[in-house]
Write a protein that binds this ligand. Structure first.
Ligand code: ADP
Length: 682
């Protein structure tokens, strides 16, 4: 209280002289304000922050309590106080436990789990390294005293008497921190500093001297010392400096390691693995969905001059987590790049870069907050959409579509018991036979991941809950067979992505790789009287349009080979359409599908409906390789396709597909369009 009541202390509080003074006193006694002051003083705010908080508090005292400025100031102070400036959780880097946590929640995903455990192993090794301090001082007593103190603090300490010995010691084993006297025989502190800066730039240097003049301090700092202390040394300060430099150093070493980026279709376990990592490390977790973020202010906050200004989502999340080292999942990073007004990449790079994020400035807070302790994990459905600088900064871990048997295992072991529990039912009262689970997956969902299945299981559980209530207590274990599923769940939904059953002229089935995993897509072609126009519709991107042009040119230039009239395009227009018209489509991989649709239409030969294609076409009719082969083949299998035609050069990708996926699908690898024609047209 003394600190802000000083002005009034000399006067008797019982004798206010004017009404305004009276009012001020009443306000000063406001318990909320008094409490605010106490909290500011006791919050251990960092050195840079405390004076700002005090100034803000002073300003608040002078502000009319009923004015909007008062509320703004008060909210601001409350926000400063609510941030976890010093709170952290201690990392648990026990790999056995981490593996247990990852396994307990997730079936399969072995490569993903392996990579995560490697990542944690590196972190664990970093954190175990004992920090090394080198002391250079020609006074024996001084260096011995400091040696003992730092050894007690747990550092590996070496002590030498001058610069030459110090350089030799550094050559032998570079130290993390060098604490050196300025005046020494042989090579003095400044010469040593220059040598260290040149050869070991990562080593932190603290300069000590008995002649602590401003001039020598300035020289030392200009030559690259990180800190400067006069003798006799203030031990608390020296320790603080050492810790500060070490944290900076280690932080950079730690975080020079990549940021993990989980990529893959929705529902493949990216978020839940992220949560499991946080749990395994004993860290808090929060997910920041980037999809739908429109501008920088949402991430970084509005300046306080705006009415209703708030901090950005990053700091809000940190506030909620209550620690400054949570795991933050930056979800759907590829979406924000598309939708953002302004330069999302540079904001994200700043957040992820350890050299910049240690002083991340939110516009509302207006003060630096250290994000370097945060473990960021990004997710993206399609990493290909991320700009190169961001991709370079991250290490991608791919999550791919689940096979039917994986889905069946996950549903039986995790989703169904979990959903039953969430609906107030006991898993042991229900026995869903494998065929019933399979029916739920095959007949009621068609997706790469598990989100739809999770919803269907929830819907099933609601229905089971009703039945349980109707049957009454003690009705015994309820067995659900495949036939029951249809009865309980009703008619199966219609999927647009099912293979056609009838062969048709001018209609071919393509395979595409989208953010939802693989999908099938149809290509339609018709011809009408006209004047040599190729009409392309269905929200097609530039590359896809060019691909259609290429297909047509190849057919025109090889008309004879494909039994086409040489002038087939003379007095006609050709229209190629890719439903669904509202969905944007892009990429070269529909090349052969378009060529087959056009050729089918021109020759009046229908395309086999159970064949699907993916391959880029060259102007000379070669079939060129495409990406996302596994996802595409799985989508074909889900859709009921029997034969998939792929470029020969994709055989390496085909070989890595699980035999289970290939059980009901024949893969044909081709080099030229002629081969495709043989396989596809009836
Ligand atoms: P994403 O973040 O990739 O969209 P989620 O993590 O939200 O996917 O996963 C959707 C649901 O599927 C969650 O309930 C999750 O626990 C579950 N799930 C996904 N993969 C697995 C797995 N391998 N084992 C167990 N459950 C899984």
């Amino acid at each position: 209280m003394k600190w802000f009541r000083k002005k009034n202390a000399e006067e008797s509080p019982s004798e206010p002289k004017s009404p305004s003074e009276k009012k001020e006193q009443v306000e000063l006694k406001d318990p909320v304000i008094e409490n605010l002051h106490k909290r500011i003083e006791e919050a251990y705010l960092p050195d840079q922050i405390l004076p700002v908080a005090r100034d803000e508090y002073e300003r608040l005292l002078k502000t009319e309590k009923s004015s909007p400025e008062f509320a703004i100031g008060q909210n601001y102070l409350e926000f400063i106080l609510s941030l976890p400036w010093n709170s952290t959780t201690k990392d648990d880097l026990d790999l056995t436990r981490a593996k247990e946590v990852l396994d307990a929640r997730h079936y399969g995903l072995s490569p993903v789990k392996e990579r995560i455990l490697e990542f944690l192993a590196v972190k664990s090794l970093h954190s175990r390294q004992q920090a090394k301090i080198l002391l250079a001082d020609d006074e024996v007593i001084a260096r011995e005293n400091l040696s003992i103190i730092f050894e007690q603090d747990g550092f590996a300490v070496r002590a030498v008497a001058n610069g030459i010995e110090a350089v030799a010691a550094m050559e032998n084993d570079p130290a993390d921190i060098l604490v050196t006297d300025l005046k020494m025989d042989g090579m003095d502190g400044l010469q040593l500093l220059q040598e260290v800066r040149r050869r070991w730039p990562d080593t932190g240097v603290i300069m000590l001297t008995g002649y602590a003049t401003v001039k020598s301090a300035v020289t030392a700092m200009m030559k690259g010392a990180d800190q400067y202390l006069g003798k006799p040394v203030n031990l608390t300060k020296l320790r603080d400096y050492v810790m500060e430099l070490l944290t900076k150093n280690q932080r950079i070493q730690h975080l020079r390691g990549p940021v993990l980026c989980f990529s893959g279709p929705p529902g493949t376990g990216k978020t839940s693995i992220g949560k499991a990592i946080a749990e395994a490390m004993g860290r808090k977790f929060f997910r920041l969905s980037l999809a739908g973020l429109r501008d920088e202010a949402e991430l970084r906050g509005h300046r306080r001059t705006y009415v209703g200004a708030m901090a950005g989502r990053i700091l809000q999340g940190i506030e909620k987590a209550g620690v400054r080292n949570p795991v933050i999942m930056l979800d759907e990073m590829d979406k924000v790049i598309q939708d953002f007004k302004g330069d999302a990449t540079s904001v994200l790079l700043e957040i992820l870069d350890p050299e910049q994020n240690s002083s991340f400035v939110d516009n509302y807070l207006g003060l630096p907050f250290d994000l370097s302790g945060v473990l960021f994990i990004a997710t993206a459905n399609m990493v290909e959409r991320l700009p190169a600088p961001l991709r370079d900064r991250m290490e991608e871990i791919e999550f791919s579509s689940y096979t039917l048997s994986e889905k069946q295992q996950i549903a039986t072991r995790f989703l169904i018991p979990e959903q039953l529990r969430q609906h107030g039912l006991s898993p042991k009262d229900f026995d869903l036979l494998p065929e019933a689970v399979r029916s739920l997956i095959v007949d009621y969902t068609r997706e790469a991941g598990l989100r739809g299945l999770e919803k269907q299981v929830a819907s099933l559980c609601r229905k089971l809950a009703r039945k349980t209530l109707a049957d009454g207590e003690g009705a015994g274990v309820l067995t659900v067979e495949a036939a029951d599923i249809k009865e309980i769940m009703g008619t199966t939904p219609h999927f647009n992505t099912a293979a056609k059953t009838e062969p048709k002229v001018g209609l071919a089935t393509g395979l595409v790789w989208t953010e939802n995993g693989g999908e099938i897509l149809f290509v339609e072609a018709v011809k009408m009287n006209g004047n040599k126009q190729l009409i392309l519709t269905g929200s097609l991107g530039e590359v896809l349009r060019e691909s259609a042009q290429t297909s047509l040119s190849f057919l025109r230039s090889n008309a004879e080979r494909f039994n086409l009239a040489p002038d087939f395009f003379e007095a006609s227009d050709i229209h190629v359409h890719l439903p669904a018209g509202a969905v944007t489509k892009e990429g070269p991989s529909a090349g052969i599908t378009i060529a087959i649709a056009i050729l089918s239409m021109l020759t009046d030969r229908p395309v086999r409906p159970d064949v699907a294609f993916s391959g880029e076409i060259s102007l000379l009719g070669e079939v060129l390789p495409v990406a996302g082969v596994r996802e595409k083949v799985m989508a074909a299998a889900r859709a009921g396709i029997k034969t998939v035609i792929l470029p020969k050069q994709c055989d390496y990708a085909v070989r890595s597909i699980e035999p289970e996926v290939l059980e009901n699908i024949e893969i044909r690898l081709v080099e030229r369009l002629d081969e495709v024609v043989e396989l596809a047209l009836i």
